[in-house]
Write a protein that binds this ligand. Structure first.
Ligand code: NDP
Length: 337
């Protein structure tokens, strides 16, 4: 089957149509469609249209509130909290972002906690608009257990991504956004579907034994990247996105979840800083560029996010190529709504 060529407007409209058909209001559907369209635009297909089925599953099961009305409040001078009203994360972000940015610009550093949300997106799309305002930002979110603590045998941590954005003067922000597992679960599923073996060191089977069989890893667990170091980062994310903000840890999210195929309820933490308040207001931007220039001067090295920005440039003029299977599945879901 050949891929389907779509404009970004068509991607957005199709996502909206499908979510609205399944009971989402325009505000919530629009916010989700924004992040799905951005993912397709930047070539991050694992968080693009293929996620629509998961979003729809949660609307159908009633787990997610398609009419969520997230509210924003300051719970400390430099802490903004968004109550997500059991909705999808994107509208909660859109509502809270300007309060966070304003607070960072006055306080120098601030955090935003998001509670009672359902998160199913890539994190770069959440730190990028903050970094575009001249701020550094870090975001982290947990999920359901898929990763074992170093030395252990049973999944306990989510794939727990961490994203970091750094603002640049004459370039889009530098952003990295990475899961805490060696390989994203979606990639393992893809290998299983294609009958491919995994490289060693990705995961273990249900008995905690190392395996390169993707089906066995899906029944078992993934390993954290970098051994105990990645494992500690996954743990930190559990604490930041859970214990710190009064939200659930990954294992608690799993206990509450109805396993409808969409994201569980949980929390997220964003921390942002204004580099103009840290003692080198005139120098920080050029100073950072010296580092970036030396990275890029090395053969084979690149800045994180440069792949996405290249894809973006192309998609903005030529549109995107969408898997016909995914396209067909969404059309069918639209008809069933
Ligand atoms: P990757 O391993 O593909 O990439 C991680 C980061 O490394 C990206 O910022 C990427 O930039 C950068 N990068 C990749 N290769 C290089 C290189 N050679 N040199 C420099 N930088 C490089 O991502 P993951 O598989 O770990 O995660 C994929 C996505 O899944 C993330 O967006 C994450 O937010 C999301 N996710 C979401 C979860 C959720 O619960 N919502 C759970 C887990 C993951 P670039 O993009 O430019 O390639």
């Amino acid at each position: 089957m050949t891929d389907v060529q779509m404009t970004l407007d068509e991607v957005h409209a199709l996502t909206m149509r499908c979510l609205v058909a399944h009971g989402c209001d325009e505000a919530n559907a629009g916010a989700v469609a924004d992040v799905i369209t951005a993912a397709e635009r930047d070539g991050c297909h694992s968080h693009g249209l293929m996620r629509v089925a998961g979003y729809v599953a949660t609307l159908k099961s009633g787990k997610v509130n398609g009419h969520a009305n997230p509210t924003v409040e300051h719970i400390a001078p430099a802490v903004v909290r968004v109550q997500g009203d059991a909705g999808f994360a994107p509208l909660a972000h859109a509502r809270g972002r300007s309060a966070l940015i304003d607070t960072v610009k006055t306080q120098g550093i601030a955090a935003m906690s998001l509670v009672n949300i359902h998160h199913f997106a890539a994190l770069w799309s959440e730190v990028e608009p903050i970094a575009e305002q001249g701020l550094c930002a870090m975001a982290c979110v947990s999920y359901k257990p898929a990763v074992i603590p170093a030395g252990g045998t049973k999944p306990l941590y989510g794939t727990n991504p961490l994203a970091f954005g750094w603002p640049r003067r004459n370039h889009p922000p530098m952003i990295f956004d990475q899961a805490s597992s060696v390989m994203a679960r979606g990639e393992v599923m893809l290998a299983a579907r294609e009958g491919k073996e995994l490289p060693p060191g990705v995961g273990v089977d249900a008995d905690g034994q190392p395996t390169t069989d993707p089906d066995k890893v899906l029944e078992g667990a993934l390993l954290a990247f970098g051994g105990h170091k990645g494992s500690s980062i996954a743990m930190m994310i559990e604490l930041f996105a859970g214990a710190l903000i009064g939200e659930c840890l990954s294992f608690e999210a799993a206990e509450r979840d109805n396993n409808d195929g969409g994201p569980p309820q949980g929390g997220e933490l964003i921390i942002a800083m204004d580099p103009n308040h840290f003692g080198d207001a005139d120098g920080w931007a050029d100073h950072a560029e010296k580092l970036f220039a030396r990275i890029e001067a090395q053969d084979g090295a690149r800045l994180p996010s440069s792949r996405r920005y290249k894809n973006r440039e192309q998609s903005l003029s030529a549109g995107v190529s969408v898997s016909s299977k995914v396209h067909e599945q969404i059309l069918q879901m639209c008809a069933q709504g």
